[in-house]
Design a protein around this ligand. Structure first.
Ligand code: AP5
Length: 211
């Protein structure tokens, strides 16, 4: 399976990716996680990337396309979480998949209202090592501040400050929202109501994928 997850910040893409990749045994390609790993290395490139991420701006297309191109070509199945985010990235993905003759199966668009998105992001915590996602209210780690999966440190994300959240929402509307129409035209887009219980959302997604 080759799946793309589209949706605004906080829609639950990362949360549901963990379940989907386990269920369908496909690779989870999260550009957010790939970039956070890069930032943790403190190289010249990582300092450039960090500036964009902390502000809530998109990292320039050429950097992210270079990072993801080979990964999608070298795997039988994948779940793309956070890519593409611009029309240029979507076209680059199409080209890379055409070359290896592995077209996308489906693009899932997670819909959640803006007030709930802000509420979720203001309570989100992530593991600094394996990037597992938690929520102070709806899904806290079993031991405070410790990741259930890898015992890493669980903390706030540096781009979950109120001003960055607001900016990321507007970046989504300006630069990523046009992809809804792009994939609708290719008959790949399926909308998912991504509100409610985590298990219920997962069941909705599975129904759309397997029919
Ligand atoms: P990225 O990490 O991809 O962030 P995002 O797309 O803004 O999405 P989020 O991770 O904020 O939200 P999510 O939908 O995964 O929600 P989650 O599952 O965590 O990107 C970060 C930055 O990297 C970007 O701003 C940009 O700078 C850069 N970047 C990444 N990709 C790029 C690209 N392609 N091009 C250029 N730059 C790029 O859930 C959120 C919270 O809600 C959690 O607390 C969770 O527990 C909770 N939750 C989830 N589902 C539910 C539910 N059903 N009910 C209640 N709570 C829920």
């Amino acid at each position: 399976m080759r799946i793309v997850l589209l949706g605004p910040p906080g829609a639950g893409k990362g949360t549901q990716s963990a379940r989907l990749t386990k269920c369908f045994e496909i690779e989870h390609l999260s550009t957010g996680d790939i970039l956070r790993t890069e930032v943790s290395k403190t190289t010249e490139l990582s300092l450039v990337i960090k500036k964009y991420m902390d502000k809530g701006d998109l990292v320039p297309d050429h950097l992210i396309i270079d990072m993801i191109k080979d990964r999608v070509s070298n795997t039988a199945g994948f779940l793309l979480d956070g890519f593409p985010r611009t029309l240029k990235q979507a076209e680059a993905l199409d080209t890379a998949l055409e070359v290896c003759n592995q077209p996308l199966d489906v693009v899932l668009y997670f819909e959640v209202n803006v007030n709930e998105l802000i509420e979720r992001l203001s309570k989100r915590l992530i593991c600094q090592s394996c990037f597992s996602t938690y929520n102070l209210i709806t899904s806290p780690p079993i031991s405070k501040g410790i990741c259930d999966s890898c015992s890493g440190i669980v903390a706030w994300r540096t781009d979950d400050k109120p001003e960055s959240i607001k900016h990321r929402m507007s970046v989504f509307n300006d630069q990523t929202f046009p992809l809804i129409e792009y994939y609708k035209r290719r008959d790949l887009l399926k909308k998912i109501d991504a509100t409610g219980d985590l298990d219920e959302v997962f069941i909705r997604i599975k129904k759309v994928i397997v029919g």
